[in-house]
Design a protein around this ligand. Structure first.
Ligand code: PEP
Length: 255
């Protein structure tokens, strides 16, 4: 299977931005400009915007995701949200293991794995984030770090469940910094992730999995990044907050 046969996915990560009125406004602006997309289009919004986003995207090609979920079904986990709570609302996607969760909220490879398991059990499609720190890249251990993160996160995930996993390679030094990995750097690590998946699940699974790049992707650099053989879409932070910018990335992925 080659790139042309894999489904490209452009997903916006709104992070902690947009109140309900702003969310509705952005979605209304997005709907017409991404309507002809040849890739999947997802917006991962704050929990407080989920209901607004579900209503506003109804009948459009925009799918809705959350930015995290807990591993337990319910219980004494103040401020957390379960995967079932998301699916009950009709949410289809969830980001797990974003570097901001790892960096600021003590998320580990093990808790990422628990959250991935819970999300899959609930029927969600997971956007699993992996990526190295700048020091790790400088030490030349990017592939080891990303391989380990991928292997631990996929612990206990069956080949059938893997079809509901998208992996987003997000070098931590490129997120929100305006510093993008070069298209060759992104392609190299995405290829490495594909090989890890092939090692775990076989070549066909490695060939079939969608591997995104994320880290300061924008309207100007998207085409070059998305043109690479192993880059099957993007996870977009800052540029997903402006309809024309996000639409330009979707258009680049639709070529
Ligand atoms: C992200 O948050 O996943 C991300 C890639 O952010 P940005 O595009 O702003 O670097």
């Amino acid at each position: 299977m080659n790139k042309a046969l894999r489904k490209a996915v452009i997903a916006g990560n709104w992070k902690m931005n947009k109140n309900r009125a702003e969310a509705k406004e952005l979605i209304e602006a997005l709907k017409p400009v991404v309507a002809d997309a040849k890739c999947d289009v997802v917006i991962c919004v704050p929990y407080t915007d989920l209901e607004t986003a579900m209503a506003a995207t109804k009948g459009s090609n925009i799918k809705v995701g959350a930015q995290n979920c807990h591993w337990a079904k319910s219980g004494a986990f103040t401020a957390e949200i379960s995967a079932d709570m998301l699916t009950e609302m009709g949410v289809e996607y969830v980001i797990i293991g974003h570097s901001e969760r790892r960096q600021y909220f003590g998320e580990s490879d093990i808790t990422v794995n628990h959250r991935v398991r819970a999300a899959l059990d609930a029927g969600l499609t997971v956007i699993l984030c992996v990526g190295e720190l700048l020091e790790q890249r400088e030490q030349g251990i990017t592939s080891e770090i990303v391989s380990m993160q991928t292997k631990v996160a996929l612990g206990g995930v069956s080949a059938e469940e893997l079809k509901r996993i998208i992996i987003a390679y997000e070098p931590v030094w490129a997120i929100g910094t305006g510093k993008t990995a070069t298209a060759d750097q992104a392609n190299e690590v995405n290829h490495c992730i594909r090989e890890v998946v092939a090692e775990l699940y076989g070549k066909a699974a490695g060939d079939a999995i969608t591997v995104q790049y994320g880290g300061s992707m924008n309207a100007a650099n998207a085409e070059e990044l998305l043109g690479k053989e192993d880059v099957d879409g993007g996870l977009i932070g800052g540029a997903s907050l402006k309809a024309p910018d996000f639409a330009a990335i979707v258009a680049a992925a639709s070529k």
